[in-house]
Design a protein around this ligand. Sequence first.
Ligand SMILES: Nc1ncnc2c1ncn2[C@@H]1O[C@H](COP(=O)(O)OP(=O)(O)O)[C@@H](O)[C@H]1O
Ligand SMILES: [Mg+2]
Length: 341
Amino acid sequence: MTRIRALRIAAGYAVIAGVWILASDTALVVFGVTGQDVARVSLLKGFGFVVVTSLALYLLTDRFVRREQERDREHRRDLERQVRERTAELEQVNEQLRIATEAKSAFLATMSHELRTPLNSIIGFTGLLTEGLSGPLTDQQREQLGIVRDAGKHLLTLIDDILDLSKIEAGRVEIRRAPVTLGVIVDSIDAMFAPIAAAEGIEWRSVRGPGLPAELVTDRTRVEQVLANLVGNAFKYTDEGSVSLEVTADGGCVRFAVKDTGPGIPESEQERIFAEFVRLGESGPAAPAEVEGSGLGLAIAARLARLLCGHIELISAPGEGATFTFVLPTGDEECPEPLES
Ligand SMILES: Nc1ncnc2c1ncn2[C@@H]1O[C@H](COP(=O)(O)OP(=O)(O)O)[C@@H](O)[C@H]1O
Ligand SMILES: [Mg+2]
């Protein structure tokens, strides 16, 4: 297209130049310019040629440039319109997706609630039966009732996890910040896991570093939920050795490092295990095929950590245990928008 325009300009220029030469020469003849005068007039003719052809060239290219600019503007307007249309379409799809996700979460939350109630009855009544409150039992009956009760409890944990996750996804988890004594949080984790450590023959200790703030402004229940999840995993996947919780101060944050001497997690799996329903099977050294779990614990913990304006770090290598560190800001300033996972 541009080449045709350039050819047109050249042709226009040639026509005007030709006409000028022809017209000026004819004028010389008509006015009978001869001898000495020809030299003087041809100088003027030359200047006239330059002026006329330059003007012609200027007008021709100007028209050309203007047309190109107009086309550019039109093209840009077209692109902008297309972008606006696409954005509107995307927004619409996004909105539909949001509604679908909310509907899914609402469905899960209701279902989970409906499932919990009968399950609690199953667990409660098998407990009563096992204790012999409804009459004596044979050893076999007691053992079988124990299996029913354990299965019920497992199912309940799974439902609780699903309920938690769907609540977080639907943005229905409220973070209620209030001043909490840091020691109270550590003590409650201590109290929760000391009996488990004793029962499993695993060494357990909680260590508090220097310079820790006495108080945090945070949601105590949620912080404890994240920690219970990490320490629970440490015990679950550690057969022998130790599990520890080391709390240290780090600028405006408190670091809760949960360290274990378990099988460790290969680098390639370290991001994946924070996704929903991911459990390391035969692919990793932590082969939890025989360990119960849903693969939801870390997904919930990571999301809660973010809602609390913190995050979870992981350092681990196969055979060298794992250290999951929950980094939590101490401050009471309003949290910025939680990052989407
Ligand atoms: N402390 C740990 N040591 C080794 N592997 C771990 C540890 N914590 C988590 N994992 C791995 O990450 C997976 C996901 O953990 P999680 O989301 O808590 O689910 P679950 O415990 O129900 O399997 C676990 O199945 C396990 O393979
Ligand atoms: Mg877990």
